[in-house]
Design a protein around this ligand. Structure first.
Ligand SMILES: Cc1cc2nc3c(=O)[nH]c(=O)nc-3n(C[C@H](O)[C@H](O)[C@H](O)COP(=O)(O)OP(=O)(O)OC[C@H]3O[C@@H](n4cnc5c(N)ncnc54)[C@H](O)[C@@H]3O)c2cc1C
Length: 492
């Protein structure tokens, strides 16, 4: 780890945009140092948070270094993304990333290039509704879009394959080795600290300990495939590999654009075409997707699907016939963190854990979109507690952990002491959640105060011109935790 950090050049410090949070509430623990974790840490750092990135593996030993890494409009060429609702979210993430990667491509130090990619089809696109709607969505969002079957001949694609349609556009392509290095250096420059460690078991069980150890207000879980254990979720390996060939123009013409044929869902075929320039000197050839396979020791020497993938690419683009395979690293293998319902990006109920994992074959494409959204979730979570401290002129000045009544109710350490109060007040158990807890009469009045938690107590207090809730009321429902912190629940 120290070796890796030493190699990272320090670049000028980026401008911070502090959000006016107190020092204790500024620390966020990010679990995972792949593209999701590092981008999230960078976004948080740029918004004024102090971040600690904890991971058992760092670049170059993460899946993110293996990625192609072509920016793609969902679903990606490797397929396996079927959930319509999540596809819509993915599109928004991809749009955000496209804009940011386009900007980053102006700086060669990032390793991001904006280059043409052509997608090819065996049927006219107009005859395939899914391909047509994807193309219509794409054409208005990307630069230099062109729909033209003449691209097949222009790009010297094997005519024997009988391809009948194609479109191209400018897409971000990321040299992940350079980019991950750049991300780490940027994260360091905004004050991020790296800790090499493996967490075992469910994260929620260790939340309190980890937050105490790192003095962290919130945890963001960007553990990729590791989330199967950390979030006890069904995240499965979708194995892929890329053959690496030289692209220096010596034995084959230098290839300066990407070529793809998507995996077709349900066709029983796990292979697809994925040819992509990597930096200036390499070309990566893919691809395939093998679900539930987690062995990394596969290559041209021992795995027929890798050989078949290579043959497919050469047959598709005959110019590759004399390509020379990279002797130092002929094949790179990685496990896409596949989650059937797509990325999990949300707060885990009753915790201060934000999940950002399960990016499948699109982690690079999604990275800026998902990381910015995760950052917003952290800001919302932290801001809730801060406003409480700022506005209450002392009543709630020690309100440190629970931002909502729901959280207070279910927070295990606190439940013991506050339970009798809550029960007396809401009835036990509270019917259908807190917001439905009280419907009529005296209870309805109380509900007004409680709905949404302490935020509402405060806004009501503000609307009424200040301290309408007397301190004595607050104190009546005070609970003290073993660690000495004090919580207050305001009721009338
Ligand atoms: C062959 C291949 C080609 C691909 N091509 C593309 C492409 O063209 N475009 C694209 O967008 N995507 C592509 N991908 C997908 C992309 O690589 C992933 O979606 C992305 O890398 C996921 O990033 P991540 O940060 O979520 O996970 P990872 O990069 O896997 O990082 C996970 C991090 O969590 C840490 N961690 C996990 N468990 C624990 C634990 N218990 N304790 C501590 N730390 C833990 C790990 O050490 C690591 O640091 C491809 C993937 C493969 C394999």
């Amino acid at each position: 780890m120290d070796q890796i950090l030493k190699q990272i050049p320090r670049t000028p410090r980026l401008a911070h945009a502090p959000v006016g949070v107190s020092s204790r509430s500024r620390t966020v623990l990010v679990v995972g140092a792949g593209v999701s974790g590092l981008t999230t840490a960078l976004c948080l750092g740029r918004r004024g948070f102090t971040t600690v990135v904890l991971a058992d593996r760092f670049s170059p030993h993460v899946t993110s270094n293996v990625a192609g890494a072509l920016w793609e409009w969902p679903p990606a060429v490797c397929g396996h993304q079927f959930d319509q609702a999540s596809l819509e979210r993915s599109k928004a993430w991809c749009e955000t990333s496209y804009a940011i990667f386009s900007e980053l491509s102006l700086d060669p130090a990032t390793g991001v290039h904006l280059r043409p990619v052509t997608f090819y089809f065996s049927q006219p696109i107009g005859e395939t509704p899914r391909a047509l709607s994807k193309m219509e969505e794409l054409r208005v969002r990307v630069a230099n879009f062109r729909h033209d079957r003449a691209l097949i001949a222009e790009n010297e694609i094997n005519p024997a394959l009988g391809l009948r349609d194609a479109y191209s556009y400018l897409a971000p392509m990321v040299d992940t080795d350079t980019y991950m290095h750049w991300l780490m250096s940027q994260a360091l420059d905004v004050g991020c600290r790296f800790v090499e460690r493996k967490i075992t078991g469910a994260l929620r069980e260790q939340e309190a300990d980890l937050r105490r150890e790192f003095d962290a207000r919130t945890i963001v879980n960007c553990s990729g495939l590791g989330a199967a254990e950390l979030a006890e979720d069904e995240v499965r390996p979708l194995r892929g590999a890329l053959v690496r060939v030289r692209n220096d123009g010596r034995t084959t013409p230098r290839i300066t654009q990407a070529h793809c044929i998507s995996h077709t869902a349900g066709d029983g075929e796990e292979g697809f075409i994925f040819i992509l320039p990597r930096g200036d000197e390499r070309l990566v050839l893919g691809g395939f997707a093998e679900l539930n396979q987690s062995g990394l020791d596969i290559g041209l020497h021992n795995h027929e699907p890798v050989r078949a993938m290579y043959r497919r690419c050469v047959e598709f683009l005959p110019a590759l016939q004399h390509a020379v395979i990279d002797a130092d690293e002929p094949v790179r293998v990685g496990l896409r963190p596949f989650r059937k319902a797509n990325v999990r990006l949300e707060q885990e109920p009753n915790t201060r854990i934000i999940h950002n994992y399960g990016h499948g074959g699109s982690g690079v494409s999604f990275s800026w979109g998902t990381s910015l959204e995760a950052t917003e979730l952290v800001e919302a979570l932290v801001a809730a507690g801060i406003r409480i401290r700022q506005r209450t002129r002392g009543w709630l000045k020690r309100y440190e952990t629970c931002s909502t009544i729901r959280e207070l109710l279910t927070w295990p350490e606190n439940t013991r002491s506050s339970r009798p109060v809550i029960d007396r007040w809401l009835g036990n158990p509270p019917p259908r959640g807190i917001s439905d807890a009280v419907a009529t009469g005296r209870r309805a009045r109380r509900q007004t105060v409680l709905r949404g938690g302490v935020q509402d107590i405060l806004s009501r207090s503000n609307a009424d011109g200040g301290d309408t809730l007397p301190e004595s009321t607050m104190r009546r429902y005070k609970t003290t935790r073993p660690n000495g912190l004090v919580d207050y629940v305001a009721v009338e």
